[in-house]
Design a protein around this ligand. Structure first.
Ligand SMILES: *Cc1c(COP(=O)(O)O)cnc(C)c1O
Length: 396
């Protein structure tokens, strides 16, 4: 009997495997013979060595995005970074107004923070996007008021891969003196980012979407005396008093190595992944009643959001066997709701539910793409034959 084929992982937007080179370096900071000392314990040599490793990692993170080292603050991940950017700025500027601007297609960590602030009496403008998932910078211009405390628009959408024009949006914000926050979790390491020229004041990063460990991220805070952020987490004074808590040396070191690899290899990787993604779409596009979401907009290399007319995504996933794909984002599927991103793009809830998100990455192979295309085509055909009307009713 032939052995079962290994599972195919096409869910890199939810998380990536940790690069073996990252694991190797992280291990040096954990065992009894390792550099496990507290980086804040500068009274002894092991502590100072750990501190040096943390600062080296900070320099690597900064280097990938054209930031200065002192502008990078380590957090537990991008969820915390997003929460902190919003809450930290609102707390520092609340005497100036009660209005915030964001888009309808943000990650849950931004949208839920926005909602929580609404419940506390703040007013939030949610910018729409067009059919291709793009936010028109003109809409930002219209939404900004003298009372606006913050504008927050993501760089690359985690469901569709669509790239927003953060240069244009940032320019408008700067003209109005409104701080601009960007969730760059899905773009870091995949698109060039140069914060020395981009008009962006705050930017969120996560290591585990860039082949680093889970549970570590950063917030970039532009060095500018007029940009003040209150801490979200109080305690031992780490991170210049703005983010307390013992620094997670091994996580931070892993983050640094992951971002160094991205700086050295990310663009070549992106070109290769983009070709694989396009090859997968070339195969899938031959199927009937199929639609590529955001296909008319500039997109990052790894994303493919495809609606399969008339079938329910959940049923389709059931037939996909060992193929790991998502329906919407990991966060929206945890809630069991149809994707807010796809609905903002004009899809009906049924159409959103008949959508699969396939995301490719560093370890995706040509062979995996071929097997995935076959597997999806078969499952789609089976489902369309089995219960075309039921499937259509569900999807309608
Ligand atoms: C994954 C993700 C986050 C959350 O990052 P964590 O580090 O997992 O908290 C935020 N924004 C986007 C766009 C993401 O894809």
């Amino acid at each position: 009997m032939a052995s079962a084929p290994s599972p195919i992982y096409l869910d890199y937007a939810a998380t990536t495997p940790v690069d073996p080179r990252v694991i190797q370096e992280m291990a040096r900071f954990m065992g009894p013979d390792g550099l496990f000392a507290n980086p804040s314990s500068v009274t002894h040599a092991p502590g100072r060595a750990a501190r040096a490793a943390v600062e080296e990692a900070r320099a690597e993170v900064a280097a990938l995005v054209g930031a200065r080292e002192r502008e990078i603050y380590f957090t537990s991940g991008a969820t915390e970074s997003n929460n902190w950017a919003w809450r930290g700025l609102v707390a520092a500027r609340r005497d100036r107004g009660r209005h915030l601007v964001t888009s309808r297609i943000e990650h849950a960590s931004v949208l839920d923070t926005a909602q929580a602030l609404e419940a506390e009496g703040f007013r939030v403008s949610y910018l729409p996007c067009d059919r291709e998932g793009r936010v028109d910078p003109e809409r930002v211009r219209e939404a900004l008021t003298p009372e606006t405390l913050l504008c927050s628009v993501m760089h690359v959408n985690n469901e569709t891969g669509v790239i927003q024009d953060i240069q244009a949006i940032g320019k408008l914000c700067r003209e109005r003196g409104v701080p601009f926050h960007v969730d760059a979790v899905q773009s870091a390491g995949k698109l060039p980012i140069d914060l020395s020229t981009l008009p962006v004041d705050l930017m969120s990063f996560s290591a585990h979407k860039v082949y680093g460990p889970k549970g570590i991220g950063a917030l970039y805070v532009r060095h500018d005396p007029t940009l003040v952020l209150e801490p979200l987490i109080h305690g031992g004074g780490q991170e210049r008093g703005l983010r307390a808590g013992t620094l997670a040396t091994h996580q931070i070191v892993g983050f640094g190595v992951a971002f160094r690899i991205a700086r050295e290899e990310g663009m070549a990787d992106a070109a290769r992944i983009g070709r694989l993604r396009d090859a997968l779409w070339a195969r899938l596009s031959r199927l009937e009643r199929i639609r590529l979401n955001g296909g008319g907009a500039p997109r990052a290399c790894g994303h493919l959001s495809v609606s399969f007319g008339g079938v329910n995504g959940e049923s389709l996933i059931f037939f996909l066997g060992d193929l790991a794909v998502a329906q919407g984002s990991a966060c929206s599927s945890a809630r069991g709701e149809p994707s807010h991103v796809l609905q903002a793009m004009g899809l009906t809830p049924g159409e959103a539910e008949s959508t699969l998100r396939m995301t490719l990455g560093r370890f995706t192979t040509v062979e995996e793409v071929e097997r995935a295309a076959e597997c999806i085509a078969q499952a789609y055909a089976r489902l369309s034959v089995l219960a075309p009307d039921a499937a259509r009713r569900q999807a309608g």
